[in-house]
Design a protein around this ligand. Structure first.
Ligand code: IMP
Ligand code: MG
Length: 426
């Protein structure tokens, strides 16, 4: 029961990076289980800021083995830039392992991502343009390239000869975009192969060994439950499974070993990209929270949409993932508000609804119902235990726990490692 799943309960950017970094302190292994370099984490250690797209947040703990799991898609170019940046900041990369089963983003994937978005017109999704969706589509079509292919360049070349004409056909004929040659891609990926070779492995024995020994293994999710391909606000979702099931499949670990499932939630809600967001705030309050919470994307710099905490979303995420611990982040962003609202239910065409539904046109027209709580109007940034929090803030946490149906075990009151209230049983 040594495996801990740490996943996003909302639309991503809940602050999983900071929480995983904290959890990693007592972990022997961190596995990034899904998603690609569409994700972005910011971790602040001793006033230094580290940004990650692909590498597990546990990398800042030198003794922790960090695995990029089979469920991930990665752009080798982006990964190499990230490795260089981390190395120049003094991070130790000895313990990094990249699964040979992880898929690669190929040079045509970001181009196709952009072209598909353009073709959707008003119905565009607001993707990160990193090629993540097209790479996962190719994985399912069984024409994807895996990291392990970098160690079999003849095989990679043979596959390119078959796959590239399909891609060039779409690029050239459908989108009138420039096409690619086998030679150029092969040269580029041969170079990546030589630089990434030392990290590429079959992590199966390593992971099974860790689980068998009872080591603490953290599964680091990317994005969030409402962006899950099956469970989220389809089609306004990412192309992987940020939910608990996806974490296990993306790491290659069975559910029997899971001891705790931590859902990370922001004390309010944000979303980047398009799609339904029932509690979205427009106007000055939304702008205030965006500025105070620095709600701009780590990967794309886009301003995030901002809204109240949605307890229906939280309850849904608790249910579909089996969350038994909530980590609530950015509580301090609410410090100055006089009144704080929580969405407790919805109305759709006069009918009450208690969870986000599958039908996108219904979801778009949900009317949220709110409960109002008084704010605390004091800084929480120095709080290190629950007793340090103003009574109104504790009332807010209690209400979140009650409505979501899970304990709130971690509370983050600022970006620093120390700005965290941790549970006694961790
Ligand atoms: P894609 O994953 O780039 O295909 O984008 C699909 C949707 O997921 C868009 O709304 C993106 O903004 C959103 N998305 C992808 N990755 C993240 C993330 O790490 N945080 C928040 N939103 C994300
Ligand atoms: Mg992020």
């Amino acid at each position: 029961m040594s495996v801990v799943i740490c996943l996003g309960g909302q639309w991503g950017d809940e602050g999983k990076g900071k929480i995983v970094d904290l959890l990693a302190e007592s972990a022997q292994m961190v596995i990034r289980s899904q998603g690609g370099n569409n994700a972005g984490h910011t971790v602040v250690v001793d006033g230094r800021t580290f940004k990650f797209n692909l590498i597990p947040a546990g990398i800042l703990h030198p003794a922790t083995v960090c695995v990029i799991g089979n469920g991930v898609v990665l752009d080798p170019k982006v990964l190499l830039q990230e490795l260089e940046a981390l190395e120049s900041q003094g991070a130790n990369l000895e313990n990094l392992v990249i699964s040979e089963r992880a898929h690669m983003i190929m040079p045509y994937h970001p181009v196709l991502d952009r072209m598909e978005e353009r073709a959707r017109g008003d119905d565009r999704l607001g993707t990160t343009f990193r090629g993540v969706g097209p790479a996962y589509s190719d994985k399912v079509r069984r024409i994807g390239f895996r990291v392990g292919d970098l160690q079999k360049l003849r095989f990679l070349e043979k596959k390119l000869n078959f796959v590239l004409p399909l891609k060039n056909e779409t690029l050239g004929r459908l989108y009138s975009a420039p096409t690619f040659t086998v030679e150029a891609i092969l040269a580029e990926y041969t170079e990546y192969a030589s630089r990434l070779d030392r990290f590429i492995r079959d992590p199966y024995p390593l992971i099974q060994g860790a689980v068998a020994r009872g080591d603490r293994v953290i599964l680091e999710g990317a994005q969030g439950t409402m962006l899950d391909l099956d469970l989220g606000t389809y089609p306004y979702v990412t192309s992987s499974y940020p939910s608990a099931g996806g974490a296990l499949a993306g790491a290659g670990i069975g559910p029997r070993h899971v001891g705790r499932t931590i859902g990370v939630f922001k004390a309010y809600t944000t979303r980047v990209g398009y799609g339904p967001f029932p509690t979205e705030l427009e106007g000055t309050l939304g702008e205030y929270l965006r500025e105070r919470g620095s709600e701009y994307g780590t990967t794309t710099g886009r301003p995030r949409r901002v809204g109240w905490f949605d307890a229906c979303v939280a309850r849904y995420a608790v249910g579909v993932n089996g969350i038994d611990s909530i980590a609530l982040t950015k509580l301090d962003v609410l410090d100055e508000l006089e009144v704080i609202r929580i969405c407790t239910g919805y109305h759709s065409k006069g009918e009450p609804q208690d969870h986000p539904m599958a039908n996108i046109s219904h979801l778009k027209h949900l009317e949220p119902e709110y409960e109002e709580l008084s704010g605390w109007r004091r800084s929480t940034r120095e709080a290190r235990q629950l007793a340090d929090l103003p009574v109104e803030a504790r009332r807010y946490l209690d209400r979140v726990a009650e409505l979501a149906g899970s304990r709130v075990d971690w509370v983050s009151v600022g970006p620093g490692r120390d700005q965290t209230i941790e549970p006694a049983d961790w």
